[in-house]
Structure formats: structure tokens, C-alpha cells
Design a protein. Structure first.
Length: 361
């Protein structure tokens, strides 16, 4: 059997053996043991972001996009207006979702290599009193850019609006502190910095906001308020849960705690990025972003003159490394993720493989 590839992507990603082994057991979805597992999942998700006592954890079957769509459907009422702060594809996707849901929405945009500017956000909110909610992507995996969450959250709260945070590729590694940051809802998924497997999105939402949104969602299955009330009444999922994925995510959260929490995980990812950047620069690959705004999640590299991504990808895949194509609208590029159950040695081996591929070109 061929060795398992190393996934250098923004998710799915390389997971620990214990996380995968947690999926070997079958669970009854109404069984007390699984209900207890769901309760542990919800508690641990709140603990990661210090949301106990203020927010409710509402997991939902599906990918990260499912939870974003569920949050917009549930939390944005027909009379509300959403302002989406866009500097990449995932902010633009939120605009698309809101429009499809029939919600009032506008985009405030920046180039893909520029962070969202808090002063401009504050100015836009002063100029449009109809805006009730603001949505931000914390780390845009289009490029790997890290938007300044504390300053943006303060600007939104200062204007008396509610912030919805897409923390899909930051939750579990980059700071999201609901005890100090005025964020109404955090949206993320199982298969990124938490190092679980795909299949669960989740929202951490202020309880009073959820309670006020009964019947607001036009969707039955994506109604977060109804899902929350179900959990609160009997601890059960409303529809068939991905039981093995829940078990894997609980194990991944236990492993996160054992590693030292988000701060320790962030330090490991930051070292992965440091090793990656040094080696790629040595071989003539330029980072797309200014390093000051680069998150230790995924790095975008400009494609050199005459570079053939498909051949490069296939050659690395033959050597056991799976990278990601670029997603820029303005430049040819490719991406290499720094997250997952990987460390410095994995990136040193990757760089040796890149060097070998380049030498054989």
C-alpha cells in the first residue's frame, strides 16, 4: 500500500491517527453516550473561543459553506441589511449566499493583497444607517491574508452593529476571544485548524440573538435557531448527525487541549510557515502577500515565468505532497498550506521534493 499523502491544503488536511481512529466506532444518534459526546463537542467549541456564558455552540451537518448559509438565513431578517467586507473569494461567496436568500446585502471591497481597513468600515457604517450586520472573513484563504479582527470588531461595535465572523481557517489557531471581542457570531468548520475531518460546520452565536430569530430562516434544515432549541431541549440533533465525524472532532479538540490550546497550535503553524518561506525564497519563489499581513495558515506564491502548475503538482503528488492551485483573479499563483498535523520535518521534506522537481524541469 502506498504511503498516505501529506495534505498541504486549507482543508481537508492531514489528521492525527487518534482522530481517524475515533471514527472506527458506530454510534446510535439517540443513544445517551452520543448525546454526551455532542454535549462535550459543544462545550469544547465554546472553550476554544472563551464563549461560555455568552454564546451558544450550534453544530450543523455539512461543510463550512453550509454553516455560513445557515447563519445568514437565520440571523439576517428580511428587514435587516448585511454589509460584507470583501478582500477575497470567501467574502464574495457570502454576498452571493445573502442575495440567493433574498436578504439585503452590499459589499465593501479591497484588493486581494490588502487587508480590510477599520477606518473605512467605520466610515461606511456612518454613511449607511440601514446596515444592521457586518460580515468579515478573518483569514482569507484566497491568499492567506489576515484581516485585523480586534480593530474591525471595535469599529462595528462602536457603530452599534452586529459582527458575523467567518473564522473558517483561523478558529483553533488564531486568536478569537469572545470574552473580549464584540463578535455576535463565529462560523467555522471541523476540518481546518481544529484538525478534524470534513463534515461539520458550527456557529457560536450570542444566545439572545439566536432566541430572537425563531422562524426567521427560510430553510428547514439550515435553521440554526431550531437546531439550538433542539440541543437545549434534549441534547439531540434534529436530523441524522454524522456520528463518526462528531467523534473525530471531539478527539481532535481533546488533542488541541493536550497540545497547549490555540496558542501552541499557532506557534507550530507559524514555524511551518517560517521554514516554508525560507526554503521557497531560496528556490526563487516569491510570496504574493507582504509578510506583515500573511497568516500562518496558507501561503500563496507567484508562479515564475514559464511555470507549469499541473506538471509541478503532479510531480509533487508522485512524491507524496498535495498542494493547492491558486485562486487569485489578478495573478498566476499556487498555494501551500501550513496547517494540519504537520511539523517542521514535514516541510523540510517538502522543500527537498520541490528542489528535486525544479532540478528535473
Amino acid at each position: 500500500m502506498a504511503p498516505e499523502p501529506i495534505l498541504l491544503t486549507p482543508g481537508p488536511l492531514t489528521t492525527q491517527l487518534r482522530t481517524r481512529q475515533a471514527m472506527l466506532r458506530d454510534w446510535g444518534s439517540r443513544d445517551p453516550g452520543f448525546i454526551a459526546l455532542t454535549a462535550e463537542l459543544r462545550q469544547r467549541l465554546l472553550d476554544v473561543a472563551k464563549g461560555q456564558g455568552s454564546h451558544a455552540a450550534v453544530p450543523l451537518q455539512g461543510s463550512g459553506t453550509f454553516i455560513v448559509e445557515a447563519a445568514i438565513a437565520t440571523l439576517i431578517a428580511p428587514g435587516d441589511k448585511l454589509l460584507v467586507l470583501c478582500n477575497g473569494a470567501y467574502g464574495e461567496r457570502m454576498v452571493t449566499i445573502a442575495r440567493r436568500m433574498g436578504r439585503q446585502v452590499e459589499a465593501l471591497s479591497w484588493p486581494e493583497d490588502r487587508v480590510v481597513e477599520p477606518a473605512r468600515v467605520a466610515e461606511a457604517l456612518r454613511g449607511d444607517p440601514a446596515v444592521t450586520h457586518v460580515a468579515l472573513v478573518h483569514c482569507e484563504t484566497t491568499t492567506g491574508i489576515l484581516n485585523p479582527l480586534p480593530e474591525i470588531a471595535a469599529a462595528v461595535a462602536g457603530a452599534g452593529r452586529h459582527l458575523l465572523l467567518d473564522a473558517m481557517s483561523s478558529f483553533g489557531a488564531l486568536p478569537v476571544d469572545l470574552a473580549t471581542q464584540p463578535v455576535a457570531a463565529v462560523l467555522a468548520s471541523s476540518n481546518k485548524c481544529l484538525e478534524g475531518v470534513p463534515g461539520i460546520g458550527f456557529a457560536l452565536v450570542r444566545e439572545e440573538m439566536l432566541a430572537a430569530r425563531k422562524g426567521n430562516s427560510p430553510s428547514v434544515s439550515l435553521d440554526l435557531e431550531a437546531q439550538w432549541r433542539g440541543f437545549e431541549s434534549n441534547g439531540q440533533w434534529r436530523f441524522t448527525p454524522p456520528v463518526q465525524v462528531v467523534a473525530a472532532l471531539v478527539e481532535a479538540l481533546r488533542l488541541l487541549e493536550a497540545e497547549g490550546g490555540p496558542e501552541a497550535r499557532r506557534a507550530r503553524y507559524a514555524n511551518n510557515l517560517r521554514v516554508l518561506l525560507a526554503g521557497m525564497r531560496r528556490m526563487g519563489f516569491d510570496l504574493y502577500l507582504d509578510e506583515a499581513v500573511q497568516a500562518p495558515i496558507i501561503a500563496t506564491f507567484r508562479s515564475p515565468e514559464g511555470f507549469g502548475f499541473r506538471r509541478f503538482y503532479d510531480a509533487l503528488a508522485e512524491r507524496g505532497f498535495l498542494i493547492y492551485p491558486g485562486k487569485l483573479t489578478q495573478a498566476e499563483s499556487f498555494r501551500i498550506g501550513c496547517i494540519g498535523a504537520l511539523g517542521q520535518g514535514d516541510f523540510e521534506r517538502l522543500l527537498a521534493a520541490v528542489e528535486e522537481v525544479r532540478a528535473s524541469a
